[in-house]
Design a protein. Structure first.
Length: 106
């Protein structure tokens, strides 16, 4: 088995999943922030994406509340587990790639 190739595949898949998670987070929370700013007094509250960066990797506190609220309204909330799966895949792929010896030539 060519472990360098396996490492490359895992790293590429992990990076793709990680990029997808970031895109999903951005779309979900940018729509939420836009809705909050349209609400009465929303502009003065100054809510922005910086306030929900921790929701990229965690579902604690306000992030869990937002996800529960989104479920109640029939929307699919962002799930931080996708971020972690992508990150683990990327890291494991890079570690395997760096630790693997070159495949024997036949």
């Amino acid at each position: 088995m060519d472990f360098k190739r396996l490492g490359n595949i895992l790293a590429v898949i992990g990076a793709a999943v990680l990029a997808g998670a970031v895109a999903w987070w951005f779309v979900f929370y940018s729509n939420l922030v836009a809705e909050l700013q349209r609400a009465p007094g929303g502009r003065e509250a100054g809510a922005g994406l910086r306030d929900v960066v921790s929701c990229l990797y965690s579902s604690d506190g306000i992030c869990g509340l937002i996800a529960t609220g989104a479920n109640l309204f029939g929307k699919t909330p962002y799930a931080p587990v996708v971020f972690w799966v992508g990150l683990v895949g990327l890291v494991v792929g890079v570690v395997i790639r760096l630790a693997a010896k070159p495949a024997p030539k036949t």
